[in-house]
Design a protein around this ligand. Structure first.
Ligand code: NAD
Length: 466
């Protein structure tokens, strides 16, 4: 049973864990909160690492969101780095902890427990991915290893396996360092989070930037030859591809760190992520989970999905923290809103892609429809205007917006956020097309591309008769 005097215990000291710890302490400053973090770092901006390699950020210190001493002194959180939780005992309300520095194990009772263990890279079972010079990028420690290698070895040729978020951001980092860069992707398209039809200008741009991009390409092995690495791959047409490299980055996706939860008998769900309710409670009493290790409710699909992204980790951690301190906060779910910079382009997605919506077409009245427009980011006469490609996915019978994707050389992030807001509000394209948005030539045209996109999508609405 829970001892009321036992502390709140949090496993994991990054975005979700430290958000929860900070919020719990703000809600109830008398609440003892212990955070166990197995690594040396807490609360850092992993997403900033490609820009550190690129030289835009001067040091890894600048990527720290909260310093250890500030967490301890200013926020009163008992943060213990180099401490790994090895088991959870829900009945006894205790966790087993290994102190990695002193090499000892102890039992820690908790009143409430938060699992914020994040996710880890998936390394495909390809021979040679354990060779020196092959990296994954997830933690700040991974980042320091890569940075050291880049600075000390000055690699000239880099191969990136996987053309998702990390692969494309790192292609830019490699090129900015003057490295010859290959990106090898298993699927026929880059960025599987988006519909392929919008991506053609970005693929052209990658080639323009000197990236050797090979889609539909299966890496079969990495080996050492003549003091360098050799990446061997099989292309769709059956031809083999061999690339000599000084460095290989494996960015083939991630999986939730849910093993501790599973071993403790907690319910897992889609993609083996931890199942939680809207208050971030797991299936076991007094145990919460938040961040990349959990599945969230998708606000359009109204079902669980595993889309691990930093903004939802921060918010779900905060909600868990408030609830662990006795509050009643609700995490309402996600839209999977994301943006990524690929050299001069920005790409954003929110809600469902056309592909995803079609997979669930039976859930939508009259099925789904999608349309794409291209309109300038500013009036065409104003310097710096760039085409913005906008795709809108709607419920056909009602015109309710289900998703949007944007691609441009201009910044599409805030335009995507307008769609995220509208989808959350359940707006139709007819309502969206009449939104009162900003206009002045240096910023936007009188009909913003998002309004043009909604008006064109409105032509595809087909009310169901009767
Ligand atoms: P990802 O899921 O974005 O991309 C993985 C890519 O690897 C996919 O295109 C996939 O088809 C490909 N792939 C899988 N197996 C392969 C194989 N054997 N050979 C070649 N390609 C293969 O994952 P990621 O790029 O590793 O990023 C991990 C996570 O980091 C993301 O899920 C996201 O949560 C986060 N992230 C987000 C952003 C952002 O929002 N801007 C940026 C960086 C990282």
């Amino acid at each position: 049973m829970a001892s009321p005097t036992a502390p709140v215990v949090i496993i994991g000291g990054d975005a979700a864990g430290m958000s929860a710890a900070s919020k719990a302490r703000r809600e109830d400053p008398s609440l003892p909160v212990i955070v166990f973090e197995q690594g040396p770092d807490i609360s850092y901006a992993a997403c900033g690492m490609p820009y550190w390699f690129e030289g835009l950020v001067q040091s890894d210190e600048m990527l720290r969101a909260l310093h250890l001493e500030d967490a301890r002194r200013k926020r009163g959180i008992d943060v213990r780095i180099h401490h790994r939780v090895t088991a959870i005992h829900p009945e006894a309300h205790t966790v087993e902890v290994q102190d990695l520095e002193r090499d000892r194990t102890f039992i820690q009772p908790y009143s409430k427990l938060l699992i914020a263990t994040g996710a880890s890279p998936v390394v495909p079972p390809i021979p040679g991915l354990d060779l020196p010079g092959v990296f994954t990028l997830r933690t700040l420690e991974d980042g320091r290893r890569i940075h050291r290698y880049l600075e000390s070895r000055r690699p000239r040729r880099g191969v990136i396996i996987g053309a998702g978020y990390i692969g494309l951001e790192m292609a830019e980092a490699f090129r900015s360092r003057g490295m010859e860069t290959w990106v090898l992707e298993l699927l026929p398209q880059i960025l599987p989070q988006m519909d392929p039809d919008l991506l053609a200008p970005v693929v052209d741009h990658l080639v323009e930037q000197g990236v050797h991009l090979h889609t539909s390409t299966r890496v079969t092995g990495v080996r050492q030859a003549n003091g360098a690495l050799q990446v061997v791959a099989l292309q769709e047409d059956g031809r083999s591809l061999t690339v000599a490299a000084d460095m290989v980055l494996v960015s083939t996706g991630i999986r939730p760190n849910s093993r501790l939860a599973a071993e403790a008998g907690l319910a897992l769900t889609v993609a083996n992520a931890i199942q939680v309710d809207e208050r971030m409670r797991t299936s076991a009493p007094d145990i919460y989970a938040a961040g990349d290790c959990v599945a969230y409710r998708h606000r359009v699909l109204d079902r669980e999905v595993w889309i691990p992204l930093a903004p939802s980790a921060n918010k779900s951690g905060r909600v868990a923290g408030e609830n662990m301190a006795g509050g009643h906060a609700i995490f309402p779910g996600i839209l999977g809103t994301a943006v990524v910079k690929v050299f001069d382009y920005s790409l954003a997605v929110t809600g469902l892609t056309e592909g995803q919506a079609q997979e669930h077409a039976e859930r939508f009245a009259g099925g789904v429809a999608a349309s794409t427009i291209t309109a300038p980011s500013k009036p065409a006469y104003y310097p710096g205007a760039q085409p913005v490609h906008v795709k809108v996915v709607i419920e056909r019978a009602t015109g309710r917006i289900l998703g949007a994707q944007l691609v441009s050389r201009s910044d599409v992030s805030k335009r995507a956020d307008i769609f995220a807001t509208a989808i959350t509000a359940g707006m139709t394209v007819a309502e969206f097309g009449l939104l009162d948005l900003t206009y002045a030539p240096p910023f936007a045209p009188v009909y913003d591309p998002v309004l043009v996109a909604a008006n064109v999508a409105a032509r595809h609405v087909q009310p169901v008769p009767g």
